[in-house]
Design a protein around this ligand. Structure first.
Ligand code: CP
Ligand code: NVA
Length: 327
């Protein structure tokens, strides 16, 4: 009943079966490249109309404690394209909202479904689901990290440039979940990462340190700086994100004031002094705040290719983690 594909049957792929994906920090370099290889294959097969029901009969619980467009739709469609069944579970409909613990939820869901994808606030809740459940758990964004987004981002860079090693990623804005995952991801794919942020909104020092440690083997430099114009010089990618993340709505005014000098506009793109510089954004964008219309819709922008790649990369993740052990 299951499609068998050789790209899921080497030692790296087989080693990923049954694992969770909570942070890129936990992945080996080989696992990251395996995700990219499978993403490419699935993307090509999808574009040429070849079906790949790798997860026929499998179910994925998708828990959303925060809103989503891309994550929800790409996981839901991706699971369906893999021949499986996605269950959308919003915070309104779950007992989690009324105080049932993530550990109890994990133990119950493990009896019904084959995998869990969760978007929530606290990274610890995702860790608890993975620790107490017996099925793979995928982090669909927490306040701390957004690994699926960043795997799609570096896959996009790889597709566009044919390599990642030695390239320079500059993230401008809030030192948030995106900044954290971009550092972890850069360390694995050999890309230097500079976070240009206000002193008040720096990424967590323990994550900066862990990413530096991860990147040592590849000679990756991870830097935190405060001057966006100096930072982007020679950048291969300039990346930005919303100024106030989900759950931080009360801070919008303060953050907007502090982050104004970090806007990704035409002048900042010019300051890269690289005619091929790519502009990325995880979306949703607040046009006119962190990014201008001209840059978002301009010749350097790859934001919609990035968004599309969420689908292909997450299908690869689902297939690698949830493929049947008995096959
Ligand atoms: N980038 C991203 O995760 O988008 P959504 O919030 O729409 O899922
Ligand atoms: N930093 C943003 C990312 C959205 C995809 C947030 O957490 O809201």
């Amino acid at each position: 009943m299951f499609d068998r594909r050789n790209y899921l049957l080497d030692n790296v792929a087989l080693g990923m079966r049954g694992k969770s994906l909570l942070s890129i920090h936990d992945l080996s370099r080989e696992e990251v490249w395996k995700i990219f290889e499978v993403s490419s294959k699935l993307k090509e097969e999808t574009k040429t109309g070849i079906t790949h029901h790798l997860l026929c009969g499998k179910t994925l619980a998708m828990i959303f404690m925060k809103p989503s467009t891309r994550t929800r739709v790409s996981f839901e469609v991706g699971m369906w394209q893999l021949g499986g069944y996605p269950l959308f579970l919003s915070s309104q409909e779950l007992q989690l909202k009324r105080g049932e613990t993530p550990s109890d939820t994990a133990q119950v869901l493990s009896r019904y479904v084959n995998g869990i994808m969760i978007r929530t606030f606290d990274q610890q809740d995702v860790e608890d689901l993975a620790n107490y459940g017996t099925i793979p758990v995928i982090n669909g964004l927490t306040d701390l990290l957004h690994p699926c987004q960043v795997l799609a981002d570096y896959f996009t860079v790889y597709e566009k440039r044919g390599k990642t090693k030695g390239l320079k990623m500059v993230y401008v804005g809030d030192g948030n979940n995106m900044a954290h995952s971009l550092m972890y991801g850069g360390a694995k794919v050999g890309m230097h990462v500079t976070i240009a942020c206000p002193p008040e909104l720096q990424p967590l020092p323990e994550i900066v340190e862990a990413a530096r440690e991860d990147g040592k083997a590849e000679g990756v430099q991870i830097e935190v700086t405060h001057d966006p114009y100096a930072a982007v010089k020679g950048a291969d990618v300039i990346y930005t994100d919303v100024w106030a993340s989900m759950g931080q709505e009360a801070e919008t005014e303060r953050k907007t004031r502090i982050l104004k000098p970090y806007q990704l506009n035409e002048d900042l793109v010019k300051a890269a002094e690289n005619k091929d510089v790519m502009v990325m954004h995880c979306l949703p964008a607040h046009r006119g705040d962190e990014i201008t219309d001209g840059v978002m819709d301009g010749p350097h922008s790859v934001v919609f290719d990035e968004a599309e790649n969420r689908l292909h990369v997450q299908k690869a993740i689902l297939a690698l983690l949830m493929q049947d052990k008995s096959e």
